[in-house]
Design a protein around this ligand. Structure first.
Ligand SMILES: Cc1cc2nc3c(=O)[nH]c(=O)nc-3n(C[C@H](O)[C@H](O)[C@H](O)COP(=O)(O)OP(=O)(O)OC[C@H]3O[C@@H](n4cnc5c(N)ncnc54)[C@H](O)[C@@H]3O)c2cc1C
Length: 604
């Protein structure tokens, strides 16, 4: 094995967003020697972009809130495909994790009597999202980062991990390279935590940053781990649609949480038409009742009015907008209107400062004076690496996962605000479990030289090939394929065509060629990310073709109903088959204890 730069740790955390930082803090506090790796600079992870807030049933605004109601909302939102134990741990532990952030220095918005203020969000029965205006992620990352640095955790910034190394007993380390110099770097480790986030970059229109290329899901799959529920890709209902350069950029759900109204080009408040019959009683019956709810909210008062129809779950609102546009009732740039301008301008600017600036700067629009144009954008991965609820352990020993990269917690659809709380709850649990695993592992981690040298040769390949294809052209075709054939609405013929198309794209990718050298070469970086996106995209298409029903974020035009007989309580699983090819199957959900089932009422 060539002499590579080497750093050994008890616990290696790959990813420095909310999940990775929280895991690193927990593992370090438990006495482990921790290394933290990230592709960009510390503090620039995707978590920093989170706007609306972190969901936790603290009951500061609605005293009736409780972990039981949060659990039920999460399961209802996830169409009962969530791992029930994960949903329970999440609902019970989120309040403590948020209070802990406050102790570590996070400054949340406040109620009149000085407690953490909570705002409403889609699918949550009560106002539940602790927030800092619409910059919650920034405050969260800043707080966690300060904590991690003060604990002395070693950080490897601008490093991309391209391969996990395994031995007979499970994961033993990771191989990657420094983006600044292109030099290889290896990390022997007793335990590894993957916290690399989602894969929105498989689609052209997305709220996700360049970092979201499904690296962790693909690294885990290649190392032998299972993925679950990959068909459930969340299309957030409100991204910017204009101007073209910012298409897909998120318009936070906090706009609807603060009272934003959706209308089509005819001025119709169309969400009234799309409320699911079985949940209609939870929403206001008239414009007048919805307006009373908004007024009470803006004055910080409790009310008996029910929430507006715009606060239906994301999957439902995204399909409603898509349908309005497809049926010719869209706005000039292919979206619908979202209006918050009927509220006092200073209130809008105080509660939604980033949205105000975003539209002013990017679209030359004052949202306190007129409506925004919005449309669906690829936003979040509900599916991901299969993990144990209590520990975040994957199906590969010594390999753990937390945050958006992990599956199970959100079922078929995630409620807004439940990701930031997921990162905190399962980041902490997974970091602790990884430290325990490392303590119990006596042997020095052994890095198989064949795997390491293989990974090193793969780094060189796109640079030394005589001829080959530009990776940007392959990426463009991948994004077009996923948007057209594996988008919001799906049918079997399209999904089969997508799987064939992805095989073609992989053949082209195997022959990708980049010009230039290894130093800060974006085309070269893209080659590795593109390989991961191809793996993840195939997993999405195969899982989506297998699930012959519509549920949550997965809508099949050829199977428009939810199939309670065939698909209730069934997760899809992606794994590497004996022949080395990607295989798809199913696995039953863990059994739900009666005391949890009783919380779901008649819905399940
Ligand atoms: C615009 C926007 C607004 C949002 N608002 C909210 C909200 O209000 N509330 C809410 O609950 N959720 C929100 N979400 C979702 C939430 O922000 C994300 O799900 C969450 O931040 C994911 O955190 P994470 O720790 O899993 O990953 P990230 O924060 O993305 O961190 C991933 C880390 O992994 C690193 N990494 C990736 N690949 C590699 C590799 N190969 N090698 C080394 N390092 C790697 C990255 O550099 C990064 O450090 C929002 C999302 C977006 C896009």
């Amino acid at each position: 094995m060539a002499a590579f730069e080497t750093h050994a740790h008890d616990v290696l955390v790959i990813g420095a967003g909310g999940a990775g930082l929280r895991a690193a803090i927990e593992a370090k506090t438990a006495g482990a020697d921790v290394g933290l790796v990230c592709k960009s600079l510390l503090g620039k992870a995707h978590t920093v972009m989170a706007e609306g807030g972190v969901a936790a049933a603290m009951g500061h605004v609605a005293r009736a809130d409780s972990w039981q109601v949060h659990f039920r909302d999460t399961m209802v939102g996830g169409k009962y495909l969530n791992n029930p134990r994960m949903a329970q741990l999440h609902a019970t532990e989120a309040p403590d994790r948020v209070r802990e952030l406050e102790l570590w220095g996070a400054v949340f918005d406040r109620t009149a009597d000085g407690r953490i203020l909570q705002r409403p969000f889609g699918g949550h029965t009560h106002p539940r999202l602790a927030h800092v205006g619409d910059r919650t992620g920034l405050e969260m990352i800043r707080t966690l980062q300060d904590r991690a640095v003060s604990l002395g955790i070693g950080v490897y910034m601008e490093c991309t991990v391209t391969r996990l190394v395994t031995g007979p007993g499970g994961a033993t380390g990771a191989f990657g390279y420094r983006r600044t110099t292109g030099r290889p770097i290896v990390f022997p480790a007793r335990a590894i935590v993957l916290a690399t986030g989602g894969f929105g970059r498989a689609y052209e229109v997305t709220s996700n940053s360049w970092e979201y290329s499904g690296d962790g899901q693909a690294l885990a799959y290649d190392a032998g781990a299972d993925l679950i529920d990959m068909e459930f890709v969340q299309f957030h209902p409100t991204g910017m649609v204009w101007p073209p350069g910012v298409r897909g950029l998120l318009v936070t759900e906090a706009v609807r949480g603060e009272g934003g109204i959706l209308r089509n080009k005819d001025g119709e408040r169309f969400m009234w038409k799309y409320l699911p019959e079985e949940r209609r009683a939870e929403y206001a019956a008239t414009d007048e009742e919805a307006a009373r709810w908004v007024t009470a909210l803006s004055q910080g008062k409790e009310t008996d009015a029910r929430r507006p129809p715009e606060l239906s779950t994301r999957d439902n609102v995204a399909r409603a907008i898509y349908t309005e546009v497809r049926e010719g009732r869209g706005s000039p740039h292919g979206g619908v209107y979202l209006d918050i301008s009927y509220l006092p301008p200073e209130h809008v600017r105080r509660k939604l400062p980033s949205m105000y600036e975003q539209f002013k700067e990017l679209a030359d629009l004052d949202i306190t004076a007129g409506p925004m144009e919005v449309g669906p954008t690829t936003h979040y991965a509900m599916g991901g690496i299969r993990v144990e609820a209590e520990t975040g352990q994957t199906t590969v020993p010594g390999l753990f996962a937390a945050g958006e990269v992990a599956g199970g917690m959100h079922g078929a659809n995630r409620l807004g605000g439940n990701s930031l709380s997921d990162l905190l709850v399962f980041g902490a649990r997974t970091g602790g479990a990884a430290a325990t695993h490392a303590r119990a592992t006596d042997a020095e981690p052994y890095l198989d030289p064949i795997q390491v040298n293989d990974a090193s040769r793969a780094l060189d390949a796109p640079l030394v090939r005589d001829e080959g294809e530009d990776p940007y052209a392959i990426q463009r075709d991948l994004q077009a394929l996923m948007g057209t054939l594996v988008g919001i609405f799906r049918i079997e013929a399209d999904l089969s065509e997508a799987i064939r198309g992805l095989a073609d794209l992989r053949r082209r990718w195997e022959n990708a060629k980049v010009a230039g050298g290894r130093v800060y070469n974006p085309g070269w970086n893209l080659v590795f990310e593109l390989g991961n996106l191809l793996t993840v995209s195939e997993a999405i298409a195969r899982s989506a073709r297998q699930r012959t029903e519509s549920r949550g974020a997965h809508s099949r035009l050829d199977h428009p109903e939810t199939d309670e007989t065939r698909w209730n309580g069934v997760n899809s699983v992606i794994y590497r088959g004996r022949d080395g090819a990607m295989s798809v199957g199913t696995t039953p959900l863990p059994t739900m204890p009666d005391e949890l089932r009783s919380l779901l009422g008649s819905g399940q």
